[in-house]
Design a protein around this ligand. Structure first.
Ligand SMILES: Nc1ncnc2c1ncn2[C@@H]1O[C@H](COP(=O)(O)OP(=O)(O)OP(=O)(O)O)[C@@H](O)[C@H]1O
Ligand SMILES: [Mg+2]
Length: 318
């Protein structure tokens, strides 16, 4: 992993007829980190990945990996591992056959097939036909295929799709470990919550345009903090909330207050100073998903193309 695996997308646009799938999109993906590429259905994620892979020609702008377009990379299959949505594996082949067929194209020995099968936890299924694989198993096989060439850059389109909670937890650890080795990992998803615990950085797009790019921590900082307070002294609590000008969103039990836009530390200090007894004081989930929906303008999804591929099918492209 000598040369740089930085992904650079600069003023990238792609029109299909009248549909502007990607619209003046710019962002950067840093090696050694897992980056979530997020946006609702039809936002332009797959189209962007296809342009990075040289499968779709940009209308304008550029998409490069380590300063080169995919076509300029000397041994692309050893540099970039990619799993895109759509199409599928030959159902009659076993997992091992699939990988062994692919190995010479990548330029690695047959034995590498067994290594990557083990890496993705498919050891017990290596000799089973892919046709009987579950969606989660296909995802793992797709991932195994991307790893054949030990690439320093991984582009994964919705890799968590079809994985059960255990599989998602496994993927999380797996991607984190790969990033820890200095690889560049770009993972797309249409739900932030799915990758929230996996990614270091986020690139959020909507209708082909950049909606937000930052570290996940920075994004979380933009979400309104929320605090839940329980007090045996409803009157004291109500007076404190009123005096402090906090926004209270709850109704019902007067001993419980849900507060918006304030931190637990602030509430705790104020309650202590006012002598209001608290039995509970808890910072709540900052509501990242809500923020995500706001950023992408929620309600309206992108245009859905007739005959589009159902989510969940897996194509291995390289
Ligand atoms: N080959 C194509 N021909 C015409 N339109 C296309 C083509 N590929 C994509 N589009 C359109 O471009 C837009 C973006 O599609 P894209 O598949 O990139 O979105 P996405 O973010 O990957 O969505 P999803 O979350 O559903 O996978 C959509 O409106 C889609 O219909
Ligand atoms: Mg897609």
């Amino acid at each position: 992993m000598t040369s740089d695996g930085t992904i650079l997308v600069e003023h990238l646009s792609k029109s299909f007829g009248t549909v502007r799938a990607v619209d003046d999109l710019s962002f950067q993906v840093t090696p050694g980190r897992v980056t979530g590429f997020l946006g609702p259905n039809g936002a332009g994620k797959t189209t962007t990945l296809r342009m990075l892979l040289g499968l779709v020609r940009p209308t304008s702008g550029a998409a490069t990996i380590g300063g080169r377009t995919y076509g300029q990379i000397t041994r692309p299959l050893k540099t970039v591992g990619a799993a895109l949505e759509a199409s599928s594996f030959h159902p009659g082949r076993t997992a091992r056959d699939h990988l062994r067929l692919f190995a010479p194209q990548v330029g690695v020995p047959d034995a590498r097939a067994d290594e990557v099968i083990d890496l993705v936890g498919l050891s017990d299924a290596r000799d089973r036909r892919v046709g009987v694989f579950s969606l989660g198993m296909r995802q793992r096989l797709a991932l195994a295929t991307t790893l054949l060439g030990d690439p320093r850059v991984l582009l994964l389109d919705e890799p968590a799709n079809g994985l059960d909670p255990e599989g998602i937890r496994w993927l999380r650890g797996f991607l984190r470990a790969l990033a820890g080795e200095g690889r560049t990992i770009l993972v797309s998803s249409h739900v932030l919550s799915e990758v929230e615990q996996t990614v270091d950085d986020v690139v959020i797009i909507a209708r082909g345009r950049l909606a937000h790019a930052s570290s996940l921590a920075e994004l979380a900082g933009m979400a309104a903090p929320r605090v839940r307070v329980v007090s045996p002294d409803p009157d004291g609590l109500a007076a404190l909330v009123e005096r402090s000008g906090w926004r209270r969103t709850d109704a019902g039990d007067p001993r419980v207050a849900q507060l918006l836009d304030v931190t637990a530390a602030t509430v705790g200090a104020a309650a202590f100073a006012a002598g209001v007894e608290l039995h509970e004081l808890a910072a709540q989930d900052p509501g990242l998903e809500g923020l995500f929906l706001k950023l992408v303008g929620s309600t309206e999804a992108g245009p859905v193309e007739p005959g589009s591929v159902p989510p969940g099918s897996v194509e291995v492209s390289a």
